[in-house]
Design a protein around this ligand. Structure first.
Ligand SMILES: Nc1ncnc2c1ncn2[C@@H]1O[C@H](COP(=O)(O)OP(=O)(O)OP(=O)(O)O)[C@@H](O)[C@H]1O
Length: 389
């Protein structure tokens, strides 16, 4: 199973420029999480901080019990072996063919024989759909293939955590979906913990189990996908709809005068861009038929049902609706009726009045038959109105 990553109060600045402060979240083991955020909000800095390439100013980043912010160089070296990283362009060596690129970490960090190296390289090339491409140079293949080769290389040391930086950069929407499918298939096969940094709305809506968003130097939210996808938080809504209307501006954020001027413009009928309001929670992509079940998704179901009562009402309903009738019965929950427009909830005739803070009545709160580690109490959705944990 992948490693859990527990981040508490993490802050990073460069000189006087604060990048983000007080970031607290947990990446549940074996689940796929994605971090969103406008350009320049420090998503790449966040990834680099997680592998110790950049040193945060404050806070903790615990991986298998080791805090990589304060650990020794030797411990950091060991912890880094748990990571596979897929950089934007695949970060391949241009002068080496794909075989040697993928073999590189094995030759560099292990004492494996060339026979063993060959077995592993060919296995990872096959896993990433690159059978027969081992002799190609990076310059001879498409951007999508380069990314897959970068993923094959990230897999050779059997990582427990896979970090992916903007997988869609330079790819068309169809290739982006194919690489997303590959992430889910690989996740199903090796049960590693994934963190994907992306701007891509389609990917964010359909791929990860958990979503987070960085904005104004803070983590706006982090939690199960249903929380962000049903959120009324303006910055989250704006981002997920790709519109100009909202707090995100041409550079990172707007001041109040610009916000008001633009609001008036949009109210007068100027198109704010993007498609019509997209709201609600689309079905999540699944592993390709024939690929093993995603155990991370199985554990997530129990985990999310354990924290269900603490989630916002819209998210709760969406989660309950995503369960099969048998699962609803097993967890002791039932869907409430939703109004059609914008998936906003309306109390069902037979529903018990909702309590404050989106809590479900006791008889609708999940009963977990087999609580386990997956009941990760540390992964809490951020209060939609705040950046704190
Ligand atoms: N090594 C560094 N030294 C100083 N400033 C840096 C360094 N690395 C990043 N920054 C600054 O940190 C900020 C965040 O950069 P980062 O690349 O993490 O943003 P991002 O959210 O990944 O953006 P994008 O989506 O455009 O890739 C930027 O202002 C950048 O200039």
């Amino acid at each position: 199973m992948g490693a859990e990553v527990v981040i508490e109060g993490l802050s990073k600045s460069f000189g006087k420029q604060a990048i983000w402060r007080d970031v607290t979240l947990t990446l549940p083991p074996g689940e796929v999480s994605a971090m969103l955020g406008p350009s320049g909000t420090g998503k790449s800095v966040f990834l680099k901080s997680m592998i110790g390439l950049l040193k945060p100013d404050r806070g903790r980043c615990m991986i298998n019990g080791v805090d990589i912010v304060t650990c020794s160089e030797h411990q950091l070296y060991e912890v880094r072996k748990l990571f596979g990283v897929l950089f934007q362009d695949g970060a391949l060596f241009g002068s080496m063919n794909l075989y040697d690129n993928v073999a590189f970490p094995l030759r560099e960090h292990t004492k494996k024989s060339e026979t063993e190296v060959r077995r592993i390289v060919l296995e990872k090339l096959e896993m990433t759909g690159l059978n027969g491409a081992d002799k190609k140079l990076p310059g001879e293949i498409s951007g999508g293939m380069r990314k897959r080769a970068g993923l094959a290389r990230a897999l050779v040391l059997d990582p427990q955590i896979i970090l992916v930086d903007e997988p869609d950069s330079g790819l068309d929407p169809v290739r982006t979906t194919y690489i997303s499918q590959l992430f889910l298939d690989v996740n199903a096969q090796i049960d590693a913990t994934f963190l994907i940094v992306t701007h891509n709305i389609n990917l964010a809506r359909t791929v990860p189990d958990n979503l987070g968003m960085l904005f104004r130097k803070e983590l706006v939210m982090f939690g199960p996908r249903e929380v962000l996808l049903t959120s009324e938080e303006p910055v989250v809504k704006q981002f997920l709809n790709g519109k100009m209307d909202g707090p995100i501006g041409m550079s990172e954020e707007k001041d109040s005068a610009q916000l008001a001027a633009e609001r008036a413009m949009f109210e007068a009928g100027h198109h704010a861009g993007g498609v019509e309001d997209v709201s609600g929670v689309p079905p999540q992509m699944q592993p390709t038929p024939g690929v093993p079940t995603r155990m991370g998704a199985v554990r997530r179901k129990d985990r999310v049902m354990q924290i269900l009562h603490g989630l916002p009402q819209e998210a709760q309903q969406s989660i309950i609706e995503s369960l099969s009738p048998e699962e609803q019965q097993r967890y002791g929950v039932r869907p409430q009726r939703l109004a059609t427009a914008g998936h906003r909830s309306a109390p069902a005739e037979n529903s018990i009045p909702n309590h404050h803070q989106g809590q479900l009545p006791d008889d609708q709160v999940a009963h977990i038959p087999h609580p386990g580690r997956a009941g990760n109490h540390r992964l809490r959705p951020q209060d939609p109105g705040s950046g704190g944990a």
